[in-house]
Design a protein around this ligand. Structure first.
Ligand code: ATP
Ligand code: MG
Length: 700
């Protein structure tokens, strides 16, 4: 069957409301609907429909919330429309920002090979610029500056509106930070949105070109966009407003990071011709699961009233599993997975990939990892520490970044000290002083004739040798194409710098060193592959299948999250934070750690928070629970512990109020003796009520 015919057939398989959204192509469209109602499916089909209706793939962009979601959408688009899906720009807002800046950033004085700083780089720049040795303080500054940036303020504007001495000094620090970034030819993650915004706002020519290029922009998870992202979207689509946004106000879970539901409210006001489509059928979950979800979200104020029904039948009741402690919780989870997987006469055998264990915070994964390992069940942790956050990978990335952008001072500092090459802190301090005196980057300082006046001849020689080596690497990387040649290039380089030896010398445990070296090997293989044209998603951006040079690949690495995130279809159990589970689905889901204090999460500073704030936080936590419940297709179990770890202490666990809010009925745990259940539920309700009271009291 041709792709055109199969696309038509797929679209015919959508319900009437979905088809309406897919076929409405000439103006702004908002699909507002609950979880699992086929919003993302509307986007993938609409990509196909737009191309079928005559748009070039390059004229269509689809924006997803994560790189992983982008990769998945690309796969689905490919199966719907074949190869032409490759030309469609499917990526996150941040990756789109990179695209815009690489292409047109020169208008803002940015070189095309600018570096992207990660959060740790930013922390250390702020530590330095603010004269603090304390990372926690620096991170507070970072957070505050980031908030300003997300509000569209630069340092000068922040200073103008500063009202306290603290704000004034923070704004001054922000000015120093801005100076350094521009000296390093670097941008941070916030800049990936705010600079493109500035670019499109202030430069009509660039704006018009992009508006003419992109004829339709689709946005998934619209409820979690922030104010700047919304502005960027508006500038991209222009007056014509050819966009499709899909979202669910009940799944807005990134308010703490600046996402705002105002973006949903503003759409109908700012686009009076907005077509709003509501979807009401949930195709994901059984009625039992959906009912629990609807009950939980019930108490939240309704921005847009929605109804959601399922035709998948009542299904298995939702289970509540009480456990003694976290180890016991993990054991019970594993036992449940094993028994569901084995199946019985009626239910078929299941695959490992059909299971997910979801939790509120990363550190809760540990006991589950241990129990799964003990039971020899394969698993992956997503949303946890990124592969790219590992020290060894960051070391290598620093070298690569420096090759691409010699002005990247943070990368310079890391590369020249990893591994150590006899250039000590004193020398680096002198070099830094020299660089700032002459307004040069550290790298350019190396090559300056007058450097010899401040360092010894021997030091000068070793500094210059480093500089020459970087230049040489850059030259080779620029001329290296293809997976095999790239791998050879990378391995030669590691051998040159003695990186393996360095790892073994730095680690007490040989095992740890070996594990780190194996990460290095993974990294190299993966980098090499990306040059070969087999993997064509660069930082979540699809480009035509082109081969890239090593240097081009290197330019994209800062944006990537985990490597394992890209390995799809592994037959393993998923461990994930609730936040990272958004948009995904599994046949069987375990929601772990459903205890007061964890879900809803309670920050230690919450005693001081106002009642209003506490209430808003609670509402976001409730949405998070709703997201968790609605990931499940066929079965859902929620677990809680009687005794939980908090820091170094153990404290009594109280079942989450959300368990009571799920209002599970008697059929819920039907094999348990009724009386016991009744008593248990009364106990839950009482404890939850007490807790709510305590919460409200402390929140005041
Ligand atoms: P979320 O709010 O969690 O992001 P969503 O609204 O984006 O969910 P999808 O992920 O698109 O929902 O769809 C949920 C499930 O329902 C998927 O497995 C999808 O394939 C299926 N589905 C969606 N629409 C239909 C349909 N018309 N017929 C059959 N299955 C459908
Ligand atoms: Mg979705």
């Amino acid at each position: 069957m041709s792709f055109a015919a199969s696309l038509a057939q797929s679209i015919a398989g959508l319900n009437a409301a979905q088809q309406e959204a897919v076929n409405y192509m000439h103006g702004p469209c908002l699909v507002l609907a609950g979880a699992g109602s086929g919003k993302t499916r509307v986007i993938t089909h609409k990509i196909g429909r737009l191309i079928q209706a005559g748009l070039q793939p390059e004229q269509v962009a689809a924006i997803t919330f994560t790189n992983k979601a982008a990769a998945e959408m690309r796969e689905r688009a490919k199966s719907l429309i074949g190869k032409s899906a490759k030309g469609v720009l499917i990526c996150t807002f941040h990756a789109l920002g990179v695209r815009l800046l690489r292409q047109d950033g020169s208008v803002l004085g940015l070189k095309p090979q600018f570096s992207i700083l990660d959060s740790d780089d930013v922390t250390s720049i702020l530590k330095d610029a603010g004269g603090s040795t304390d990372a926690a303080t620096a991170r507070q500054w970072q957070w505050a500056i980031s908030l300003w940036k997300n509000q569209g303020l630069n340092a000068a504007q922040a200073l103008a509106q500063a009202s306290t001495p603290e704000e004034v000094s923070l704004a001054l620090l922000m000015a120093r930070y801005e100076e350094r970034l521009s000296a390093y030819q670097s941008v941070d993650f916030d800049d990936l949105i705010s600079l493109p915004l500035k670019l499109l706002r202030d430069h009509a020519q660039v704006r018009e070109r992009w508006q003419n290029t992109l004829r339709h922009v689709l946005v998934d998870e619209y409820q979690d966009t922030n104010a700047s992202q919304y502005e960027l979207l508006k500038l991209l689509v222009g007056e014509r407003g050819r966009f499709t946004a899909v979202g669910d106000d009940d799944q807005s879970i990134y308010g703490w990071r600046g996402a705002t539901l105002d973006n949903l409210k503003r759409l109908p006001e700012e686009y009076p011709t907005l077509k709003v489509v509501k979807l009401e059928q949930n195709y994901r979950s059984t009625s039992a699961i959906l009912r629990a979800a609807n009950n939980v979200i019930g108490p939240n104020p309704k921005l847009y009233p929605k109804t959601l029904f399922s035709e998948l039948g009542e299904g298995e009741p939702v289970r509540v599993i009480d456990c003694d402690n976290e180890e016991h919780e993990a054991e019970r989870a594993v036992a449940r997975i094993q028994s569901l997987r084995a199946g019985n006469g009626e239910t078929p055998h299941r695959e490992w990939r059909d299971f997910a264990i979801l939790y509120r915070a990363n550190h809760l994964a540990k006991p589950f990892e241990k129990a799964l390992r003990k039971a020899q069940i394969p698993y992956k942790v997503s949303g946890g520490q990124s592969f790219f956050d590992r020290a060894e990978v960051k070391d290598l990335c620093a070298w690569l970044r420096l090759m691409v952008n010699n002005n990247d001072d943070p990368a310079f500092m890391r590369a020249i000290t990893s591994p150590k090459r006899g250039i000590g802190h004193t020398t680096l301090g002198v070099l830094g002083g020299f660089a700032s005196q002459y307004k040069l980057s550290l790298f350019d300082s190396l090559l300056s004739h007058s450097l010899g006046t401040v360092v010894s001849a021997k030091t000068l020689a070793s500094l210059q040798e480093f500089g020459r080596y970087i230049n040489d690497l850059e030259y080779r990387a620029r001329h290296t194409v293809g997976a095999q040649a790239s791998l050879t290039f990378l391995l030669d380089w590691l051998k040159d710098i003695g990186y393996e030896k360095h790892l073994y010398a730095a680690e007490d445990s040989e095992q740890v060193a070996a594990a780190r070296w194996s990460n290095v090997m993974d990294f190299c293989e993966w980098m090499a592959q990306r040059t070969g044209g087999q993997i064509d998603d660069t930082a979540g951006v699809t480009t035509a299948a082109e081969t890239k040079t090593m240097l081009e690949v290197v330019q994209t690495i800062a944006l990537l999250s985990t490597i394992s995130e890209r390995e799809q279809d592994q037959n393993v159990v998923t461990l994930s934070t609730l936040h990272a589970s958004k948009g995904l689905e599994w046949p069987h889901v375990l929601l772990a750690g459903c205890v007061e204090g964890m879900l809803p999460f309670r920050m230690d500073d919450e005693h001081g928070a106002g009642h209003e704030d506490a209430l808003l936080r609670l509402q976001e936590e409730r949405r998070l629970m709703y997201v968790g419940i609605t990931r499940a297709q066929r079965s859902l179990a929620v677990t809680w512990v009687r005794r939980r770890k908090k820091g170094r202490d153990y404290i009594a666990g109280v079942p989450s109020r959300f368990i009571a809010e799920m209002a599970l009925d008697k059929t819920t745990v039907k094999e348990d003796p009724r009386e016991k259940l009744k008593a248990l539920r009364a106990e839950f309700a009482k404890r939850a009520a007490d807790q709510i009271q305590a919460f409200a009291k402390n929140g005041n």
